[in-house]
Design a binder for this molecule. Sequence first.
Ligand code: C2O
Ligand code: CU
Length: 475
Amino acid sequence: MLTRRRFLQFSSGTMVLAAMPLRSRAAGGREYRLVAAPAKASLVEEATLKTDVWAYNGSCPGPVLRARKGEQITIHVTNQLDQPTTVHWHGMRIDNAMDGVAHLTQEPIPTGQTFTYRFTPPDAGTYWYHPHNRSWEQMARGLYGALIVEGDADTVSFDHDHVVVADDWRLDGNGLLDEASFGHMMDWSHAGRLGNVMTANGQAYARLPVVPGGRVRLRIINSANSRIMRFAIQGHAPHVLALDGQPIKPVPLEKPGITLAPSQRVDLGFTVKGEAGDEIAIVETSSGENLVAGYLVCQEGTVAAGDVEIQELGHNPVAPPDLDNAFGFRLNMEGGAMRFLQSAVYEGKELDGRTLAMEHGQFWAFNGVAGMTEKPMLSVERGRTVRMTIDNNTLWPHAIHLHGHHFRVLSRGIVGSGLQDVSSVDDSGLRDTVLLERQESVEIAFVADNPGKWMLHCHMLEHQAAGMAAWFEVT
Ligand code: C2O
Ligand code: CU
């Protein structure tokens, strides 16, 4: 279904421009301006074909924002869309008032207004930003961008630091966004909105310049609404350096590549093998085929790092969970096609599955409740470790995302048949999003050390909109 046509006419100049941040140094740290507005983007190879999108600063993805660990960053967001929006800084353990969740942490920014976000990132790593109001529509239309937090030792050992923001778009035969299918109940009750055209950095083929022998840090972000992707680098065996922004003990990437559920990130480290003129494909393998997302384009030049030992990235100050004194919680996920809800509570009322679907577009529930509630699903006192078992009692995979905290994945198993300790690379670090296969149970643990109201939801955005959304409070 995914088409990947030849990259023809887009020069790499376009891409460099799109990635250039509007950056200035103000007294209180870095300062940016983001304007969310309708724009045109060249998503497919034909240079004349422009797709109407929504974009930050006219580019899709929006500019790469660069912050420094422990240093304040300010972002002024202006809304020039015809509907309210917010910006959420995905994966960042920041002040709750800056989390950007419409109606939970702030009122959405009305058309024509500006809201200023200001926070100090505690962790270095690969993060991203996107709206948290009607995300299923605003993100499918192109609103998202990378947010890179630099640490102290981050830049020294790499010759190249590249970001790939991967998305899948649902376009019609004319290369225009398929708008008719927004809110389609079929997507909401099944796998979410899956696209038919993939882009990397908003292009049919991203082209990232590298020098042979150079050491690359490649940060890949899955910004798709609902597609689970998998990435590998042609002819190279990179090390996985970080997952969801948090460093892990580097491990070689095994075949067939690293899986990224919607919103997940990976940092890969490797030395470029090849000669000037070579093009090394970044491949997406989730369909079983090797689809090219982009190329590392080898150019002449000199490199500093060369083939040095892979080093572990600098650590972030995330508190380790205290499992012996943990607060236990069980989350039961239900609903969706082939196992529709019998009933659930929606906006305070118990409704039958048919009414939920037909009148409210709700297909999924957490512990018998569909969608957001007045009161939190769970309330914990600050500093307490939460140990949560999540049972995916549905016949669909889900990507469960926790705001404001990173967690450890302790164990996994089939729902109802016991959990085993985890050992895969995917579970080796701290994550902000965990992928659960159909009928899989996962146990996670984290220290609830960030006070405020935090969402927990499926990052398959149609599932989130169709009921898989809740929040918890740290008091
Ligand atoms: Cu990336 Cu609640 O979101
Ligand atoms: Cu889901």
